[in-house]
Design a protein around this ligand. Structure first.
Ligand SMILES: C[S@@+](CC[C@H](N)C(=O)[O-])C[C@H]1O[C@@H](n2cnc3c(N)ncnc32)[C@H](O)[C@@H]1O
Length: 239
């Protein structure tokens, strides 16, 4: 089970450092927009808006009349309002949130992997699409952060297929760092260490550094793999 209190705490703490470290999330936001900006959307609901990396890109590339955003972290509100001053913001967990309106576009970048029941949440969002509307979600594929998962013995990311949706898996992207400690810092500064609380002992940290250097070094640096995945569902038009 994903601990939502921990998610809230970690993301709230990392808001001020998130943008400088969210290299992959910026790439994902661009790709997500590229996959859906071939049509018009009057109403948009963004899930997990955080500091507004995706919000800014939507404002630039998509025409809309009404913008709503949800984040489990309340402080995200001020970031969204700085970008879209008439946006409607709700502080809520998307899994338990009651959505009372329908939208032309429901979109989420690098957030829905924090759902305990991904499929149920996706179906809830699909039920809130207008006919012809689009649900566009980016998450992570199996290979994502395989270096960290193998050391901590964490499960690989797996998302059930959503019937009728198209899935695009991007080539995994390696990001290079000076040391295993800078990998850990990078993860912390983006808040994505939100799954499990973990305290390193000195011995464990040394073990981690050695393991990482031995297995994931290239040209004097160490790397971390990200594997983005995009799920696009278009609700059929009603005839
Ligand atoms: C990695 S950040 C991605 C932020 C943003 N979408 C971007 O493109 O940079 C994940 C965001 O999702 C939010 N989040 C995580 N789980 C959530 C949930 N169950 N409901 C709503 N927001 C959630 C976090 O608070 C955080 O702001």
């Amino acid at each position: 089970m994903i601990d939502k209190t921990l998610i809230k705490k970690r993301f709230s703490k990392s808001l001020s450092t998130y943008e400088d470290n969210a290299i992959i999330q910026k790439i994902m936001a661009d790709k997500l927009i590229e996959l859906i900006n071939d049509r018009e959307y009057k109403s948009v609901l963004e899930i997990g808006c955080s500091t507004g990396i995706l919000t800014r890109k939507i404002k630039e590339k998509i025409n809309y009349n009404k913008y709503s955003a949800i984040d489990i972290v309340g402080e995200a509100c001020k970031y969204v309002l700085q970008i879209i001053n008439d946006a409607e913001f709700t502080e809520e967990d998307i899994e338990t949130a009651e959505i009372n309106e329908n939208y032309d576009l429901i979109i989420s970048n690098a957030c829905m992997q924090w759902c305990n029941d991904f499929e149920k949440t996706m179906q809830k969002l699909i039920s809130r699409l207008n006919y012809g509307g689009v649900l566009a979600v980016s998450v992570f594929a199996k290979e994502n952060m395989k270096e960290i998962k193998s050391f901590f013995n964490l499960p690989q990311s797996q998302h059930p297929t959503i019937s009728g949706a198209k899935v695009y898996e991007q080539e995994p992207i390696k990001i290079y760092f000076e040391s295993p400690i800078s990998v850990l810092n990078h993860i912390k500064l983006t808040g994505v260490n939100a799954i499990k609380p973990y305290k390193f002992t000195k011995t464990k940290l040394k073990e981690f550094e050695e393991y990482y250097k031995t297995n994931y070094s290239e040209n004097g640096k160490v790397y971390l793999t990200y594997a983005p995945k995009y799920i696009i569902y278009v609700k059929p038009e009603r005839y």
